[in-house]
Write a protein of this length. Structure first.
Length: 290
């Protein structure tokens, strides 16, 4: 008898710990749904074949002109400037070795984005280009423990009156923004991780199952739509009713499928036919239990 009492007590403690770990913030769902009324052009509305590279000023201008919200990535340079760039290294886009953090902003100006004449833009240049016309979903690239990029992000966004929210794979970035930018909506990026992500196996498992939510207390989840059957994601959606953004949707067929499970889509390589200044089949807004 004592064995079973201890067994179920331990089971209850483990279950409580699990639910605590995946518990997101729950008080700002309505604010999140304002952002869910848009589709998000992944790194802008880009087309390399047309000379409009990803995360470039023309890509952002094109998205804003066509009424799409924008997802973009920020990193910090060697001299503390906040620039818009996605990859961990510059090889794929710029053809040179090294990381953004290995160069000063001035040094980065010698490189071009792909075969275009465009250069790596500053975040402030993007803000000037978009000028509040559409919402911004800004991913903070924070590979380690340094929060310098978060502080730089805060400084750049001061005085910007357009709609914006932040997201990151690093829960520590969310925690920093929770403490220093409490009015800014926070999103936890996640999906399935591999050994190539250079993250310890335990952390990969916890991140995939959203068990680091207790650190950053995200207001919404941005999740790889291919793995939306993950138990942690499903519990956050069904039990805690957490708003969710699908990434990255690359064709109309996938878009039509994911809109039944998510509140908004981050897309590329096609233009959603319904444009978007109106909701998808917004999961939370259309669910009677909400």
């Amino acid at each position: 008898m004592m064995f079973w009492i201890i067994f179920f007590a331990v089971l209850a403690v483990l279950a409580a710990g699990y639910f605590f770990s995946i518990l997101p913030a729950t008080s700002r769902r309505q604010e999140c749904l304002k952002f869910a009324e848009w589709n998000y052009a992944h790194r802008g509305l880009w087309n390399a074949a047309e000379g409009v590279p990803e995360n470039s000023l023309p890509a952002f201008a094109r998205a804003a002109e066509q009424g799409y919200a924008i997802e973009l990535d920020i990193q910090i340079t060697k001299d503390g400037r906040i620039v818009v760039f996605h990859d961990d290294t510059m090889k794929r886009i710029c053809g040179n070795e090294g990381k953004i953090s290995d160069y000063t902003y001035e040094e980065l100006q010698q490189f071009h984005l792909g075969d275009s004449t465009e250069k790596i833009p500053l975040l402030r240049e993007v803000l000037q280009t978009v000028d509040g016309r559409v919402p911004l979903l800004i991913e903070i690239k924070m590979p380690g423990l340094s929060t310098a990029v978060c502080a730089g992000f805060q400084k750049e966004m001061e005085g910007y009156t357009g709609m914006f929210c932040m997201e990151s794979f690093n829960s520590l970035a969310l925690r920093w923004c929770r403490r220093h930018m409490p009015q800014t909506l926070r999103g936890q990026l996640s999906g399935r991780f591999s050994k190539d992500d250079k993250v310890h196996l335990i952390l990969r498992i916890m991140a995939r199952h959203l068990m680091l939510n207790f650190i950053g207390k995200p207001d919404f989840i941005a999740y790889d739509h291919r793995y939306a059957d993950c138990p942690g994601f499903l519990i956050d959606r069904m039990l805690f009713r957490t708003p969710a953004f699908a990434w990255t949707v690359k064709d109309e067929h996938v878009y039509n499928r994911t809109r039944k499970k998510f509140d908004a889509a981050i897309f590329e390589h096609f233009h959603p036919k319904d444009g978007f200044q109106k909701p998808m089949n917004c999961f939370l807004k259309n669910n009677k239990a909400y």
